[in-house]
Structure formats: structure tokens, C-alpha cells
Write a protein that binds this ligand. Structure first.
Ligand code: WTA
Length: 662
């Protein structure tokens, strides 16, 4: 990220000032049974935040206590130092040992309509067996295991099995391409890959095994591939298996020893890697470790969602392939002994009321999803939720991008019928867990504001010089370490420091713009760096540009995220073709497909604008800010720093003429 980009965009964000007068105190009916209704957690954390986190850590089971709560050698943190614990033990064994083995851990619903109910005891049994499978394949403590799966119960089983024996998982979202999977496998030097023959999406099988095979060409670290059977056949045939390398999940499970004791692991043992887009083309392997991460996952899941594990049915509708699924489908809910729903497919299959049918069927009480989904439902109309009984719902959550006040209001009134508090939760892959959010029994909310930092969390908005802003816009920073924080970027401590800790001295810079209003409420305003947020997923502009330039017809490309009513931001690509290559609709289509193949469908440009020239500064830097203005139809302001101001007008003309994909 260049400072120039950051500061210009930060200023644009500051002007984007919006006043919201509506206030929603916690509904009385909700407060009557809420876990917290006063400021005691905030007071305790304000008095001594380290001992506050220690108290939270005590809600987990430790094999050995820690001797030091925090070692902080900026920017490197170690939490609960000396402590030993095991994540799968905390998520499974301790609940079963306490007599809660029959409680449902997951209601699984496959897209075709198949269903499975899995209790804590059953989940534990599967995890133990699969941990032995991993061992039989040579996986040892601190090895990395890559996971590329659909949303089926085998996915959390695989993750938990890794944690049981001290291996680190690296889950790669099932929508990513073979290239993206290969990069992640190579960076992590994963020894084993766990995948499935396919998964169901809008009635068709997703070709996971085929992608996995393609990804493994030319890599050497993976010695074994485990294949879960989900779709059984693709194109009428079972998927090809490479002898000596590939084995089916159920065959291995049948042969495995059923019992596997959870290994006591260091609090700072690597729990997982999760790759996320940054401002360069190379994704970053975000490192999360054991004790601190689980402490924050469990704490936030319990208090932000006001979890009553005996009675709640909780549904986080994210994909486990993203951090939201890691923390709020797998680790937080299981650590708290919650009953969750896992749904494999899309919201519109077979019809646009699928989610509401699920809420009704399982009596979902807590729903956590992304604004992009909420806006899509708004677009589809009230009749779909209206045709189902949603009266079980008592709390609604939002995550992944700023939620605009209209969408917040629709969610609150149409889905929650005014009875349910809405918690807008701000956090990132890097933070591990929720950082800024209301506490639903305590905080008076304003539609569109994530409100305040949670107890124990230090967050401040600062100006360009790093000075705290008391009222107005600036950059969101975190002022002190927190237990779930990333411990670094895998294999690249320098990049870790440079990316997050160099922009403002002594502060973590999240890459988001934010403002503080007159009551001290925080309003998140989106990314200020070269990262787009498409449907709540981070996509790097540089990564998409690299994919475009990788195409033989492309000379140069600039990519921006433009405001989009449904997906938050849409990927808009400005492309200059090599001489001799002619722009055409087919060419645009081909480039869009090319990006989808290189990165994944999530990164496919909505629009490709062909242009003879890209706007550049005199020093040759592409002016993405201008392109963004063009893409969003804004006035261009001062273009005198451009090498050739005419270029922008031309692009604007082309851009307006360009049909966009719906
Ligand atoms: C954005 C997802 C506004 C933000 C958990 C952040 C949000 C990025 C919110 C992280 C929110 C997430 N309000 N913006 N409630 N939640 N974001 O790593 O830009 O996939 O930096 O983690 O999403 O995305 P990530």
C-alpha cells in the first residue's frame, strides 16, 4: 500500500459523513434472560485487561496452568505462556466427560436435502478416529495439513483431528482455483491434503478432487490425499484416484483405531494457518495459535451471541473456509458446547426461501451472516422470509463488511420483527475473533454502527499522523495486544511487521477507515488499502491484476473495487490489450473467466473496461483512485498530476458504455 492511496482514500472516507438518529436499546424481553445486562465486564476489563483475559482463559480446561499471562515484544505476542491445553479436548472431551455427550453439536443439512444430526459424543468418536488416520499417514506434531472441502461434517472433523495431535491445518476455501490451492499448499509445505470428490452447489457438483489433482501437479510436499465421498460421481463416474497417494476417507476410517488421547500442547503451539489477501499478489499465511485464540473465540461467541448452550440453536451461515467459519462455526461454538447448524449450499436452492426453511426446521435462535446476504434477501423481497415461522429467532448478527443502515433496519424489522438485538461485529482474519461489537443485553445500537470495542479490546480511530480522533473520521487502529491476535505471517516476520505495525507507531493498523460519532460510537467505513471486499470476502486488487496480466492478450491491468448494492464492492477491471489484440465482448468474457480460473469465482470481475491507456502519475504509478471514481461515477476533481488527463475522460466514456454482468 502506498501512503498516497491510504491518505487520499482516508480523506474521502471522512467526507462520507452520515447522521443516524435511530437508537435501539436492548429489548426488555431479551434483557430478561441475557447473560450480561450491565457494564461489569467492561469495568473489570478497564481495571486490568490482562487479568480480565486470564479470567476468560480459566473458562477453558488446561492440562497445565500458564505462568505468565502475556509476553509482549512489539509486535510479537505470547499469551498464557507456559500453559498447556488441547483445542479438541476443550471442544469435545470435556463436554462428553461432563455428561453432555448426547447434546447435538451439529445439525447438518446438505444442499440436496440430506440431513445428519451429530452429537458431541459422536463428533468426538469421529475426531479420535480421524486423528489416528492422520497419524497413520505420517502426520506429526507441528506438520501442516491442507484441507479443501465442501461444507460437510468431515470438514470440522478434519480440523479438530489436526488439533488433537498438534498438527496445524490450512483450510483453503472450496471456491478457490487449483492455482490458489497450489500456492497455499506450497507456502505451508503441507504434508497431507484432505478433500472430497465434490460438493453440492446450486444442484451441481463442485469438482473439488479434479481441482485438487490439478493443484498437486508440480508440487512435492503432499504425500497423501484423503478423499471424502460426497457427490459419489461426477459426469457419471467416480473420481479418479492416484494409487499410492489417494485414499477414501471412509476406507481409512474403517481401518483406524477408535481411540486417540488429546495431546497436551503449548499455549503458543501453531493451531492453524489461514491465507488472506493483502495489498500484494502473494496471499499471507495468517498464523493463529492455541490458548489465546481459543480464549477469545469462546469468550466472544458466548457474550456477543448471548449463548445459552442448553437451549439455543445457533447458525453461522458463513463458509468454514473463511475465518468466520473457523471461529464461529467450529472453535467458538464447540468450546462453548453449543448446538449449531451447518448448511452446505446456496440460499436460493431449490428456492429463495431455503434459509428461512432451515431457521424454521431447526428452530434457529441465533443467526449470524453477512450484509451481502441480507441485501440479497432484501432484493428478493419479503415474501420468502414471510412464508416461514421465524419466531424462534432471538438474536441476529452481521459480519464481513459495513452493513448499511437500510440493510440493518430490514434485518432488524423483517427478520427479527423488532424483537431481536442486532450485533454488527467487526473483526478480521488477523484478529482471530470479534473485536468491535455491541453486547446485546447492554449496548444501545445504532443501525450501521458496530458500536464499541469489546471488553479487553483497545481500539482507536487516528488521523494521518497517528493522533487519536475524538470525533470524525480516520483510520481504525488497535492499541494493545489481544489473545486471538495473529502471531505473524507464516515464514515472513518482516512482512508481518511492515503490514500491520509500521503505519502508526505502537499500533496495529487494520487497513480500515472508521469514524467516531458524537456519542463515541464507531462506524466502519471499509478498506483504505488495495484490498476489495466482495460479498464479505477479501480480494486483493493486485492479485486480480496479476491474474489478468497473466493472460497472453493483456498488456496492463488496473483493478478497483466499486460500490455495489448487493456485494458491497464489485471487481472492476481496466485492461489495456497488447498491440494487435482487439477488444470485444468475447474477450471481456474470456478475461473474466480467466480470473475465475486463476483465483476463484469470487474474484471474477463484474466488468472489464478495455482502454488504450491507463491513467498514470508522472512517475508512472497507476492512479487507482481515479479509476475508482470513474467506476463509482464520481466527479474526478483535480487531475493535474496525471501524465495525460485526456485518458480519464476516454475511460469514463468507455466505462459508461460498458455493459456489466448481473
Ligand atoms: C471488513 C472477516 C465493517 C473489514 C471477519 C475487515 C467489516 C475485513 C466488518 C476483514 C464489519 C469485517 N463492519 N467492515 N462488521 N467485519 N469487515 O479477514 O474491512 O475476511 O478489515 O474477516 O472485512 O475480512 P476478513
Amino acid at each position: 500500500m502506498t501512503d498516497e492511496v491510504a491518505s487520499t482514500e482516508g480523506r474521502a472516507a471522512i467526507e462520507d459523513f452520515y447522521t443516524e438518529d435511530r437508537r435501539f436499546p436492548p429489548p426488555e424481553e431479551f434483557r430478561a434472560n441475557a447473560l450480561v445486562t450491565d457494564r461489569s465486564l467492561y469495568d473489570q476489563a478497564d481495571a486490568d485487561w490482562q487479568s480480565f483475559w486470564e479470567d476468560q482463559a480459566r473458562s477453558l480446561d488446561w492440562f497445565e496452568p500458564w505462568h505468565t499471562v502475556l509476553e509482549w515484544d512489539l509486535p510479537f505476542a505470547r499469551w498464557f505462556v507456559g500453559g498447556k491445553l488441547n483445542v479438541s479436548y476443550n471442544c469435545l472431551d470435556r463436554h462428553v466427560a461432563a455428561g453432555r455427550g448426547d447434546r447435538v453439536a451439529y445439525y447438518f443439512e446438505g444442499e440436496p436435502g440430506d440431513r445428519r444430526t451429530i452429537t458431541y459424543a459422536e463428533l468426538l468418536a469421529e475426531v479420535e478416529r480421524f486423528a489416528n488416520v492422520l497419524r497413520s499417514l505420517g502426520v506429526e506434531r507441528s506438520d501442516r495439513v491442507a484441507i479443501y472441502m465442501p461444507m460437510i461434517p468431515e470438514l470440522p472433523v478434519a480440523m479438530l483431528a489436526c488439533t488433537r495431535i498438534g498438527a496445524a491445518h490450512s483450510v483453503v476455501f472450496g471456491g478457490f482455483s487449483p492455482d490458489a490451492l497450489r500456492d497455499r499448499i506450497e507456502d505451508a509445505q503441507a504434508k497431507v491434503l484432505i478433500t472430497a470428490d465434490g460438493g453440492w452447489r446450486r444442484g451441481s457438483p463442485v469438482r473439488l478432487k479434479e481441482n485438487a489433482d490439478a493443484a498437486l501437479e508440480g508440487t512435492s510436499s503432499v504425500q497423501h490425499v484423503v478423499v471424502a465421498r460426497r457427490v459419489t460421481e461426477i459426469d457419471g463416474k467416480p473420481v479418479p484416484m492416484t494409487p499410492g497417494r489417494d485414499q477414501f476417507w471412509d476406507d481409512l476410517m474403517a481401518a483406524a483405531d477408535p481411540s486417540c488421547v488429546a495431546v497436551p500442547l503449548d499455549s503458543e503451539e501453531l493451531l492453524y494457518l489461514l491465507y488472506t489477501s493483502g495489498t500484494t499478489a502473494r496471499p499471507k499465511g495468517i498464523m493463529h495459535t492455541t490458548g489465546g485464540y481459543l480464549t477469545q473465540a469462546a469468550f466472544t461467541h458466548r457474550y456477543v451471541f448471548d449463548l445459552h448452550p442448553e437451549t439455543d440453536v445457533y447458525w453461522c451461515a458463513a463458509d468454514i473456509g473463511w475465518v468466520t467459519g473457523h471461529t464461529y462455526i467450529v472453535y467458538g461454538p464447540l468450546a462453548n458446547g453449543a448446538t449449531s447448524v451447518i448448511y452446505e449450499g446456496t440460499p436460493d436452492y431449490p428456492a429463495k426461501d431455503r434459509w428461512w426453511e432451515i431457521v424454521e426446521r431447526y428452530g434457529v435462535t441465533i443467526l449470524y451472516c453477512a450484509p451481502t446476504a441480507i441485501r440479497t434477501f432484501m432484493k428478493w423481497g419479503d415474501s420468502y422470509p414471510g412464508s416461514h415461522d421465524l419466531s424462534s429467532l432471538r438474536l441476529l448478527g452481521s459480519v464481513g463488511e459495513p452493513i448499511n443502515p437500510e440493510a440493518w433496519m430490514w434485518y432488524q424489522s423483517r427478520i427479527g420483527t423488532g424483537r431481536c438485538p442486532v450485533v454488527d461485529t467487526w473483526w478480521q482474519t488477523e484478529t482471530g475473533g470479534i473485536m468491535i461489537s455491541p453486547l446485546p443485553g447492554v449496548t444501545t445500537t445504532k443501525p450501521g454502527s458496530a458500536t464499541f470495542p469489546l471488553p479487553g479490546i483497545g481500539a482507536e480511530v487516528v488521523d494521518d499522523d497517528g493522533k487519536p480522533v475524538e470525533r470524525g473520521g480516520g483510520y481504525l487502529t488497535l492499541t494493545r495486544p489481544w489473545p486471538g491476535m495473529l502471531r505473524g505471517i507464516y515464514g515472513d516476520p518482516e512482512r508481518y511487521r511492515a503490514t500491520y505495525w509500521s503505519r502508526f507507531e505502537g499500533r496495529y493498523f487494520a487497513g480500515d477507515g472508521a469514524k467516531v460519532d458524537e456519542d463515541g460510537y464507531l462506524w466502519l467505513l471499509g478498506r483504505v488499502d488495495d484490498v476489495m471486499n466482495v460479498s464479505g470476502h477479501r480480494v486483493s486488487t493486485t492479485e486480480v491484476e496479476s491474474a489478468l496480466v497473466d493472460h497472453s492478450a493483456v498488456a496492463e491491468a488496473a483493478v478497483v473495487g466499486a460500490k455495489d448494492d448487493t456485494t458491497g464492492q464489485a471487481v472492476i477491471a481496466f485492461v489495456t490489450l497488447k498491440s494487435g489484440e482487439a477488444p470485444s465482448e468475447e474477450r471481456g468474457e474470456e478475461l473474466r473467466r480467466h480470473v475465475a480460473t486463476k483465483i476463484g469465482a469470487i474474484a471474477r470481475p463484474k466488468t472489464v473496461v478495455f482502454t488504450e491507456e491507463l491513467p498514470k502519475t508522472r512517475s508512472g504509478k497507476i492512479m487507482r483512485r481515479l479509476l475508482k471514481d470513474v467506476a463509482e461515477g464520481r466527479d474526478l476533481g483535480d487531475t493535474t498530476t496525471l501524465a495525460d488527463a485526456g485518458v480519464v475522460e476516454e475511460i469514463r466514456r468507455l466505462s459508461a458504455a460498458n455493459p456489466t454482468e448481473e
